[in-house]
Design a protein around this ligand. Structure first.
Ligand code: BYC
Ligand code: FE
Ligand code: FE
Length: 470
C-alpha cells in the first residue's frame, strides 16, 4: 500500500473506498476544509500556479513529484506508512504487547487530546503565515512558503483522518472545531502559545520554521513511537515532509546572515540597515524570541500528563530505540527546579520528566543550527557569534515562568529585566525596521536587499525559474 490512489476524491493509501461511512464523513469535511483554506489560507494567491511537490508514494525514495498547481487544487490526502504486522508497543507499562490497531478504551480521552493538540498547530501555522505572500523576498521563497502551507494543511488532514476513523462523534466534532479556532483570536484562540503569536515578517517566518517546526519534529518523533499504530504510521510520514520546513528555516536565517556579513565587509563600521540588510544583533533577538517561545511547547518540566502518556504507551521519547530501559520506572531526571526564583537541583522520577527529556533533544538539535549559522559568520570573517538563549530565558510555561532570567539563565530582578529586555528581544523599533525592509521582490532570479540567493534551486531548477506564475 505504498502507492497513493489519486483517482479518489480524497487521495489516500488507506483503502478509503472499503469504508463507505468513513469516506462519506471525510468527504463531508472536505468542503469545510476548503472553505477554511479560502478564508484563512494564503491570501490572494489561490489562482496562481505554484511549483509544488505532491506526495505520490510513502516510500522514502522518490515519494514526490513536482509541478505547477493552484493551491486549492493541491491533492490533500491521507498517507500512512505501511503497517508492520509485528510491531509492538515500544515503551511504558504495555511494553512488548502487540501495537494497537484500535484505541484502547481506557486511554481514549488522553489520546484524543494528544491528537487534537497536534492537529490544532497545523491550521494555526497556516493562519499565522497567511499574509506573508504579499512581501516575499523572491519567487523561490514565495514558493517555499506555499509548499510549507499546503503541507501543514495536509498534516491537518492526517490528524482529522484519525479523529474521524477512531473517535466517532466526538472525533467529528473535534475535526469541526479545528476549523473554528483562529490563531491569535482572543475569544477562540489556538491551543498552544506560540501558535497565537503574530508571524508577519519573513525573519519571523524563517525563525518559526527553524524553531517551531522543529518542535513539530520532536513531538512527531515522540508520537511516531506510539503504541497506537495508526498514529505512529501517520506521524512517520509527516516527519518526511517536516524536514523541508526546517530546511526552509535554517537556510532562510542563514541567507539573511550571509547577506548581512557581505554588507558588513563592504561597508565596515556602518549600520547594515543603511544598506538594506538586517544587523546581526537584530537577527539574534528574533532567534531569542522564537526559540524561547517554542521551548514552551514541551509543557511543564514535571508533568503528570507526560507520565500518563508514557506509562500508557501513547507518547514515547524521540528515538525510543536508543534507550535500553523502555519502562523508565527506575531512573531519575536531574532537574533544575526554580524555588522562589532560585535554582535548586532536584531528582524527579523519570516518567514525570518526559517533557524535559524531549526538550533536551530539541535544545541539542537547535544548537546544531546555531553552529551552522556561526560558520557563515566565520567564513565571512565576521566576529559576531549567534547563541541559543538558555532554556530558562523568557519562558511562560513551567517552573521558570513568572521569573526573569538573562540569555545565560542567570536570575534577574524585574527592574534589571525591564532595563535589558530591549537588548534581548525585538523592540517595537526593531519590528518597524524589519517591516520596512519587507518589500516584495518577484522578478525571477532576484532577491530582496536583505537576503542572499540560495545555494541551489528547488528540485535543481535554474536560478531564473518561475516558481510562482504571478
Ligand atoms: N502553550 O502538563 P503540562 C507542530 C498546557 S508543533 C499553552 O504542562 P503536557 C507544528 C497543556 O496543554 C507540535 N498551553 O503539559 C509546528 C495543559 O493544558 P490543560 C505540536 C500549554 O500536557 C509548526 C497545561 O498547560 N504537537 O506540529 O504534559 C507548524 C498543563 O500541562 C503549553 C504536540 O504538541 C503551551 N506552550 O504537555 C505546524 C504534541 N504547554 O490540558 C505544526 C501533542 C502546555 O491542562 N501535545 N500547555 O488545559 C502534547 O504532547 C502535550 O499536549 C504538550 C503539553 C507537550 C503540548
Ligand atoms: Fe506540520
Ligand atoms: Fe511543519
Amino acid at each position: 500500500m505504498a502507492t497513493i490512489d489519486y483517482t479518489q476524491k480524497i487521495p489516500n493509501n488507506v483503502d478509503l473506498t472499503s469504508d463507505k461511512r468513513l469516506q462519506r464523513a471525510l468527504e463531508a469535511w472536505q468542503p469545510n476544509y476548503l472553505e477554511w483554506w479560502a478564508q484563512m489560507g494564503p491570501t490572494d494567491f489561490n489562482t496562481q500556479d505554484v511549483y509544488l511537490r505532491t506526495a505520490v508514494s510513502v516510500d522514502s525514495d522518490g515519494w514526490a513529484v513536482f509541478g505547477h498547481v493552484r493551491m486549492p487544487d493541491y491533492r490533500w490526502g491521507i498517507f500512512l506508512e505501511p503497517r508492520d504486522e509485528k510491531r509492538i508497543v515500544g515503551f511504558g507499562d504495555h511494553f512488548g504487547e502487540p501495537a494497537w490497531q484500535q484505541v484502547p478504551g481506557e486511554y481514549r480521552n488522553w489520546l484524543r487530546r494528544l491528537i487534537v493538540t497536534q492537529a490544532d498547530t497545523e491550521p494555526a501555522s497556516v493562519e499565522q503565515q497567511r499574509l506573508l505572500g504579499h512581501n516575499a523576498p523572491s519567487l523561490y521563497d514565495l514558493r517555499n512558503l506555499f509548499q510549507v502551507n499546503v503541507e501543514e494543511g495536509r498534516h491537518l488532514w492526517a490528524m482529522v483522518y484519525l479523529l474521524h476513523t477512531y473517535f466517532g462523534k466526538d472525533g467529528r466534532e473535534e475535526a469541526e472545531e479545528l476549523l473554528q479556532r483562529r490563531s491569535g483570536n482572543p475569544d477562540h484562540p489556538r491551543i498552544l502559545g506560540t501558535f497565537n503569536e503574530p508571524c508577519e515578517d519573513w525573519l519571523s517566518f524563517f525563525c518559526f520554521t527553524m524553531f517551531t517546526d522543529r518542535d513539530g519534529k520532536f513531538q512527531l518523533l515522540a508520537l511516531a513511537e506510539s503504541g497506537f499504530d495508526p498514529l505512529a504510521r501517520t506521524c512517520r510520514f509527516m516527519l518526511t515532509e517536516e524536514a523541508h520546513h526546517m530546511f526552509v528555516g535554517q537556510t532562510g536565517v542563514g541567507r539573511v546572515i550571509q547577506k548581512t556579513c557581505e554588507v558588513m565587509k563592504a561597508h565596515p563600521g556602518k549600520n547594515p540597515f543603511e544598506y538594506g540588510a538586517i544587523p546581526l544583533e537584530v537577527i539574534q533577538k528574533y532567534i531569542s524570541f522564537w526559540a524561547s517561545s517554542s521551548t514552551d511547547l514541551y509543557g511543564a518540566e514535571v508533568s503528570s500528563n507526560s507520565a500518563n502518556f508514557f506509562r500508557s504507551g501513547l507518547k514515547g521519547r524521540a528515538y525510543e530505540d536508543r534507550y535500553t530501559d523502555h519502562k523508565a520506572l527506575e531512573g531519575v531526571y536531574a532537574f533544575e527546579n526554580c524555588v522562589d526564583g532560585r535554582i535548586v537541583k532536584e531528582d524527579v522520577p523519570l516518567r514525570n520528566a518526559m517533557n524535559e527529556v524531549l526538550r533536551d533533544e530539541y535544545v541539542k538539535d537547535n544548537e546544531k543550527g546555531i553552529v551552522y549559522w556561526n560558520k557563515i559568520c566565520e567564513k565571512a570573517g565576521v566576529e559576531f557569534r549567534f547563541r541559543l538563549p538558555h532554556r530558562r530565558f523568557n519562558r511562560r510555561i513551567g517552573v521558570y515562568a513568572g521569573h526573569r532570567f538573562d540569555l545565560d539563565g542567570n536570575a534577574l530582578d524585574e527592574a534589571t529585566w525591564n532595563q535589558r529586555v530591549g537588548d534581548w528581544l525585538p523592540t517595537e523599533a526593531d519590528r518597524a525596521k524589519i517591516k520596512s525592509l519587507m518589500v516584495p521582490c518577484y522578478k525571477p532570479g532576484q532577491f530582496a536587499s536583505w537576503i542572499a540567493a540560495p545555494a541551489k534551486g528547488v528540485n535543481d531548477q535554474p536560478a531564473e525559474f518561475e516558481y510562482v506564475k504571478l
